[in-house]
Design a protein around this ligand. Sequence first.
Ligand SMILES: [Zn+2]
Length: 424
Amino acid sequence: MKYLIKNGRVIDPANKIDDILDILIWDGKIEKIGKLLSDKAQLIDAKGMIVAPGLVDMHTHLREPGREDEETILTGTLAAIKGGFTSVACMPNTEPPLDNPAIIRSLKDLIKKNAKANVFIIGSITEGRAGKRATDLHKMKKAGAVAVSDDGSSVDDEAVMLSALEQSREEALLIIGHCEDRKLSASGVMNHGFTATKLGLKGISSESEYERVKRDIELAKRASARIHIAHVSTKESVDIMRRARGEGVKVTAETAPHYLTLTEECCAAYDTYTKMNPPLRSEEDVEELKRGLKDGTIDAIATDHAPHTDSEKDVEFDFAPFGIIGLETALSLCAMELVEKKILSWPELITKMSVNPANILGIERGSLKAGSVADVVIIDPDKEYTYTKDSIVSRSKNSPFINWVLKGKVAKVFVGGRLASDSG
Ligand SMILES: [Zn+2]
């Protein structure tokens, strides 16, 4: 099918484009981009809309294999598309974990069969994600992993992390650090501080995150390797990364929409949909994360989409699993919290949600240049809607944003030139 998207505000930061232009899509690729194109293609009127490269989520839990009751490759990629993401990178804390080439290859087969969006695989840093022995990164990369992470846990053993980082440099395979010192976070369930004390809940200190950020950056420096820090939530972490970048350390970072929109106060009703790891922090942390996004210390916004069933979440706060879904709300939340409030411009937001994550992972996405794969999102920036539980496409419904009125809605999504979603 041939499509001609007309009159949209084309935002293609990778090619420094922000202009009213037309885009011709043909044979899965961007055929042409320019002014006043005409062609016998199916016309799509994008007047008043933003046309951008499909979003890339570098931190998604698809739960397959092992927890198909929470999410599958099919349902997770349908949720991704609904939220404007044409590519996701899936985390390895599945059951069993993605810690060897054979399981990565078999997951690739499943993706080929069931995925509706592009799925890139993140393997684990250590065998069984147990933190004891690094996996063979050469073989992991050959099997198709685009990065490695023990997400859900940090690699506590310094020697193991250092050897993984050395391998990572040799293989040019990125390590993504889940930065948490369990000795410090212990059995906490929400941010450490006055609110936790008031609620009678055990706290997770900021130190448990930023001390590990500091250590991982130090190890990366020693190994002359790159490191990417996942889901940054504290102001101290931002400060540490800012200084490290100033010294030339190759550190990149992401935060998630919920760390920009919610604070620890949201835990006051003991709603388990506000329980995540790292936890929701204080207002000052939120402000510093926004500064970090603005000044480039934080390169990317990723969802940390973490599906859990109602029966898992429908327990006391202390016992509920950590995490919320995020693919279907990320773009609207960021548009409202960052663009509307003039912290980022639209081109800057598209950079954080498409261009940078693609570049960090080294995948050929995030560009609308002629000849690129036609992964395109069309956004209606002014459209308001209520995010209802019934509307959720993900198999799990664990979102604290249910019944929020959101603004900035995905209208159409093309994946590889195919119209994958069309809601106006
Ligand atoms: Zn994590």
